[in-house]
Design a protein around this ligand. Structure first.
Ligand code: GTP
Length: 355
């Protein structure tokens, strides 16, 4: 089976991490986020993937080449971002399959443990134009929702509302009949959620919902990104691409963790990163070359490449861009993000407000 991977978004919610690296290439549990998706796609029978690229397009081919994790890879770049539907249509020019064959479409920022083969089986049995993975969430008012009828056919795509009619939401993994992709207008900005799916339903085409509430996470925000990395390291979601066994921490080549430091909760310590004695690092991502000095505490945070945390500083739910330096004694919380180039002098900040 062939697949299209949507990786052209700017990842604005994950800035400043996505200034230098597109979201799908951010190091996540020791490898690029996409490596987890490629390995998983291979494990469900995908043999060829077309990347739909736009933002920082050249970095994808440089990272993966023409074959990785057992999958052949091709790249199609948009001159201007075409949105999700336009990107799928554009990338389809590089597909080789026939008009009736199923094509798997994956968002480049979803970590999912659902049964993709069962989704494809449902698609084939139903003779559907598109079959979407739907997941159930506790608070559907934060999302648009997707109701289905007794036969599993999608009846509508509803915008966010305080009183949703169902807790089923679009989980960002679709099986399209190839001919349904070819019916999207070429070269135009199109959203699958707002235009393609509602259009297919209105025309009477069979659009099916495959409902499964396995592990599912959209890693598009800093909190979710940290959670995804933590869950991979701890083994809460299995990935064939994980470089090592699941455990409390993942230390990459050249990482130095003092025996006097506490490092756990699914923390990743990047290449050449260092954690000194008396420091505590919990459930965090330290990118390559990051440094945490003695007595500092870092929890649920991301430290970009070469970022430094001074002695006794406290970080909780914080993102430090590449090279940021936090002086000793600062206390940073509440989703604060510091852009590359920032240096905080000692004890300059205590408990910043929401960023
Ligand atoms: P935010 O800016 O933080 O919302 O992130 P994003 O740019 O990734 O947008 P969003 O999370 O809505 O995108 C869902 C998926 O579609 C991601 O995998 C994106 O990379 C991808 N995507 C979004 N827009 C485009 C586009 O115009 N072209 C391509 N090729 N992919 C896109």
């Amino acid at each position: 089976m062939e697949a299209i991977l949507l990786v052209g978004g700017q990842g604005t919610r994950l800035r400043p991490l996505t200034i230098s690296t597109p979201k799908p290439l951010l190091p996540t549990a020791g490898v690029a986020f996409l490596a987890h998706q490629l390995a998983r796609a291979r494990s469900v029978g995908v043999t060829r993937i077309v990347f739909a690229t736009s933002y920082r397009a050249e970095m994808f081919e440089a990272a993966f080449g023409t074959h990785a994790h057992g999958v052949d890879l091709a790249y199609v770049t948009e001159d201007e971002p075409l949105g999700t539907g336009g990107a799928i249509r554009n990338a389809a020019t590089a597909l080789t399959c026939g008009p009736d064959e199923p094509v798997l479409i994956l968002n480049g920022d979803i970590l999912s443990g659902h049964d993709v083969r069962a989704q494809v089986d449902l698609h084939e049995k139903a003779g559907a134009a598109v079959t979407l993975h739907l997941t159930e969430v506790d608070d559907p008012s934060r999302f648009g929702c997707v109701p289905t009828d007794g036969e599993g056919r999608v009846t509508a795509f509803l915008e966010k509302t305080p009183n949703p009619v169902t807790n089923q939401i679009n989980a960002g993994c679709y099986v399209f009949r190839r001919s349904a992709i070819d019916s999207i207008a070429p070269g135009e900005v199109v959203s699958v959620e707002r235009e393609t799916f509602p259009g297919l339903i209105a025309s009477g085409a069979p659009v099916m919902g495959y409902v499964e509430s396995a592990y599912w996470l959209d890693v598009g925000t800093p909190e979710a990104f940290v959670q995804g990395s933590r869950d991979l390291v701890l083994g809460a979601i299995a990935s064939p691409a994980m470089p090592g066994e699941p455990g409390e921490r993942l230390c990459l080549e050249g990482a130095i963790v003092s025996p006097g430091a506490v490092v756990r909760g699914g923390t990743t310590v990047g290449r050449g990163a260092e954690i000194e004695a008396g420091a505590t690092v919990l459930g965090s991502v330290l990118q390559d070359g990051a440094f945490v000095a003695e007595g500092a505490t870092v929890r649920d945070s991301v430290l970009g490449r070469g970022a430094r945390v001074g002695a006794g500083a406290v970080l909780d739910g914080v993102v430090l861009g590449d090279g940021v330096s936090v002086g000793p004694g600062n206390e940073l919380k509440n989703g604060l993000r510091l852009w590359p180039g920032i240096t905080l002098p000692p004890t300059a900040v205590r408990f910043s407000a929401d960023a």
